[in-house]
Ligand binder design. Structure first.
Ligand code: TXA
Ligand code: ATP
Ligand code: FE2
Length: 521
């Protein structure tokens, strides 16, 4: 099959030609470069209108024939998307071939899967307007974790604008980071979700209070990319997957790729990053996904081809994949490589947070120390509040080691029933009542026995009386269920019912508000 792809969600006016028989992808792009400030939607749309005809013509001149036209349907800037869609409709009609509407974020992911040959990877999309970790489960690309505020590239670009550097800021920060020294910045990870707002204001304050720019750029990269590597590792650990692919324009950053490669190597996973022309916005990824979709018969009628500027990857009905899942069953082994630690299971359980070589030694030492200390403290506090947890036998903060009582016969993930999930809901409500959040409640961080359900792994927990934090705890759990549970609906229903038996219903309302923010941002 031969597909013409068109992209133009924000800055790249791009067209491509992909031939499934030869595997060749021809891409021609014309970037929009704002004169000052960030991307202006109206100017960007004018750029699309002016540049698309030329790039399309060049791609067509490479084509022997065209069997389908694929375009980016969203997410992106509304005025740009409408111009791209009009061009795609007109072309499909004049060539008399089917029209395919691709989700831009799924295209960022599928290009890595396609080029690597990996069958079922976890995907980190690190782009301008987005940042999320995805895994395929129950016929969708589930969002296992995502930014709670801005996209990663936008965060970097805003910092660069503060320094009055031109757009895009990411490559300039990478350049200036060379030779910088590390300073501490806020590091925010909640389960597999993360946030950039705190770190960005701290970085701006740091340059305003005359820290060296290279030190701030260096530390910004070290901190932001370590967060992305950590949530990717959490997704690998939760699902049991041993494949990671990278997508999105920030993926062009050598330090990010280095960290991800090192993280994967340390846990025996394979890592793939497409070449830069497939990472930044480009129509090649649209043409490649378009061919897969057209092959599955996933085509659009012209009058149903309207664009969607908030089109989320988890809204896409994945017609081109089967019933497989990124999550695989895991056996109880003597040594477990978790996301944070190596855990040896004997009569007692020895959990050691080994140094993570991918992150800066100072950041690594800080995180291991803080998390080991809070895990010890909160595991005991939770038990006193009435939540079953393992007793602590020993603690060595310098080594990052904890020794626990062995609890339960299996992880909750191995035996996930609505009844058990309901009990976890009650436990979290009890914990919140005591003013504590777990921080990383997942089906792998609860242990089951005949009589009880235990909570483990409190390393990301903290004290708080904010209802938003309690709701976030529930959100983290429901995310992890969406990526792993066979019967998601029944489990979520039971979980929230269990929570309400003990806890405050207002937390559930806040949870709905959090979900709404992700969907319509
Ligand atoms: C919806 C769509 O329009 C949007 N596209 C987008 O953001 O363009 P993309 O090409 O994937 O990423 C651009 C971002 O990638 C950053 N970037 C480019 N090179 C970089 C580098 N070497 N280091 C860090 N960031 C870099 C830029 O600063 C910019 O923020 C998206 O995918 O979110
Ligand atoms: N006290 C315990 N009793 C029985 N099994 C345990 C205990 N603590 C940990 N385990 C087992 O080890 C696995 C990893 O432990 P833990 O979640 O604490 O490590 P981690 O590195 O923080 O993992 P992750 O962050 O990926 O959840 C658990 O999923 C569980 O199977
Ligand atoms: Fe993009």
């Amino acid at each position: 099959m031969r597909v013409l792809g068109i992209e133009g969600t924000a800055w790249a006016a791009s067209a491509a030609y992909f031939d499934t028989e030869t595997g060749d992808v021809f891409i021609d792009s014309d970037p929009y470069q704002p004169e000052s400030g960030g991307i202006h939607p109206r100017e960007a749309a004018e750029h699309m209108a002016g540049a698309l005809p030329t790039v399309i013509e060049r791609a067509l001149s490479e084509a022997d024939s065209v069997d389908a036209v694929a375009f980016s349907r969203g997410p992106g800037l509304g005025p740009c998307l409408r111009i791209v869609a009009s061009a795609a409709r007109a072309l499909a009609q004049s060539l008399d071939v089917p029209l395919v509407g691709a989700n831009h974020m799924v295209a960022h992911l599928e290009i890595g899967r396609h080029r690597s040959g990996f069958s079922n990877p976890v995907c980190l999309n690190a782009s301008g307007a987005n940042a999320h970790v995805l895994g395929y489960h129950n016929g969708r690309y589930q969002v296992l974790g995502e930014t709670m505020d801005t996209g990663v590239g936008n965060a970097l670009d805003k910092f660069a604008r503060h320094l009055e550097w031109s757009h895009p800021g990411g490559p300039k920060i990478e350049e200036r980071a060379r030779g910088g020294e590390y300073i501490d910045l806020p590091y925010v990870v909640k389960g597999m979700d993360f946030s950039f707002s705190g770190i960005m204001s701290a970085a701006k304050d740091a340059v305003d209070s005359s820290e060296r720019i290279e030190d701030v750029c260096f530390s910004l990269q070290e901190t932001v990319f370590a967060m992305l590597a950590e949530v990717s590792e959490r997704a690998l650990s939760l699902t049991g997957s041993d494949e990671l692919v990278l997508g999105g324009g920030v993926g062009q950053n050598a330090r990010l790729r280095e960290m991800l490669a090192e993280m994967c190597e340390a846990r025996g996973a394979s890592f793939y990053a497409p070449e830069p022309r497939f990472l930044r916005d480009n129509a090649g990824m649209i043409a490649v996904l378009g061919a897969t979709m057209a092959d599955a018969g996933d085509i659009l009628e012209i009058d149903e081809s309207r664009v969607d500027s908030n089109f989320r990857p988890d809204q896409v009905d994945v017609t081109w994949r089967g019933a497989e899942s990124v999550s695989r069953p895991m056996n109880e082994e003597h040594e477990v490589i978790g996301a944070e630690a190596v855990v040896e299971l004997d009569e007692d359980v020895r959990k050691r947070r080994r140094p993570k070589t991918y992150r800066h030694p100072a950041l690594d030492a800080r995180l291991r120390r803080e998390r080991t200390a809070s895990e010890a403290r909160l595991t005991s506090l939770a038990r006193r509040a009435g939540v079953p947890t393992p007793a602590i036998r020993d603690i060595d903060l310098r080594e990052g080691t904890l020794v626990f009582e062995h609890v339960g016969e299996a992880d909750l993930s191995a035996d996930l029933t609505p009844e058990r999930v309901r009990e976890l809901g009650r436990h979290l409500a009890t914990l919140h009542d005591a003013g504590v959040v777990h921080g990383d409640p997942t089906p792998r961080n609860a242990r089951v026995s005949d009589r009880r359900l235990y909570c483990i792994d409190f390393g990301l927990g903290y004290h708080t009386d904010e209802i938003e934090d309690y709701a976030m705890d529930l959100h983290v759990f429901e995310r992890s269920l969406a990526g792993t549970a066979a019967d998601f609906e029944a489990c979520v229903g039971a979980f929230e019912a269990g929570y309400c038996e003990v806890g405050d219903r207002a937390v559930i309302d806040q949870l709905r508000a959090i979900e709404g923010r992700g969907r319509y941002r």
